[in-house]
Design a protein around this ligand. Structure first.
Ligand code: SAM
Length: 243
């Protein structure tokens, strides 16, 4: 595939890439436990409240599971465009049967599937929206706001980039030192790893740009609720009344 072509879709819809991703999921989820729980705790629901939330780019439902575990009355709509990820998710989510539905949704398109209807109580996303160009991410923020119930929250756990090369180098250095097993230093990447890396970061966007986009979309209570190096949890809620 030519290097100027975005290969994310081909990767996420490939048996090989998805089974490789799934085979490393357990270890990844151990490292993300704190962030998964924080997203759940940031949602304003009571212990036994009944509500519906959407997980955009849900994959096998790792982020949604934390919310389903925290709130027994929660129901998840898992929006995803990869049939392979949906099949893996159906296998992984056996214990949650009846509390989730998968809906096919390409976030790069502009039409939300009819299966996601009515006002949503919350929208979450994890490790997905960095695959979208800035322009599409911003229009998606507006679409999310329009579908949220007044006071409904949107939270996104995602990697970001920085315009400052010094910051990027510091992130890389610390990331590698904290986790030498998973971080591959740029100088040690194979050509294939380098191509994958370049594709992975092609749409990655600086945090201030994404927060500005949330503001323009009309969210309030916007904050970076957690951050470590290039990973953040940011979000906000739909205002309860106009003005
Ligand atoms: C890194 S995985 C994260 C999965 C899950 N949210 C998690 O945190 O484990 C990225 C997911 O986003 C999905 N994805 C990427 N681009 C998408 C798009 N345009 N529309 C829908 N899903 C997309 C991929 O298929 C994949 O399941």
């Amino acid at each position: 595939m030519p290097e100027d072509v975005d290969s994310n879709e081909a990767i996420w819809k490939s048996d090989r890439a998805v089974s490789q991703w799934v085979s490393t999921a357990e270890e990844r989820e151990r490292r993300r436990d704190q962030q998964r729980r924080l997203v759940a705790e940031l949602l304003p629901f009571g212990e036994d409240e009944t509500f519906t939330f959407v997980d955009l780019g849900a994959g096998t439902g790792a982020a949604a599971r934390a919310v389903l575990d925290r709130y027994p009355g929660a129901t998840a709509i898992l929006a995803e465009y990869s049939p392979q990820m949906i099949a893996e998710g159906e296998r992984a989510l056996g214990a949650y049967r009846g509390r989730y539905t998968y809906v096919e949704f390409d976030l790069n398109g502009d039409r939300w599937p009819a299966d996601i209807s009515g006002e949503l109580d919350a929208v979450i996303s994890s490790m997905c929206l960095h695959h979208l160009p800035d322009e599409r991410r911003e229009s998606l923020f507006a679409e999310i706001l329009a579908r949220l119930t007044p006071g409904g929250w949107f939270l996104n756990f995602d990697p970001v980039t920085s315009d400052d090369p010094g910051v990027r180098t510091a992130w890389q250095r610390a990331g590698h030192r904290l986790d030498p097993a998973t971080a591959v230093e740029p100088a040690h990447r194979s050509p294939e790893e380098q191509r994958r890396h370049e594709n992975h970061v092609r749409h990655m966007s600086p945090l201030p740009r994404q927060l500005d986009a949330l503001r323009r979309a009309g969210f309030e209570a916007i904050d970076v609720y957690w951050k470590q190096l290039d990973e953040v949890i940011y979000g906000g809620r739909r205002p309860t009344r106009a003005g």
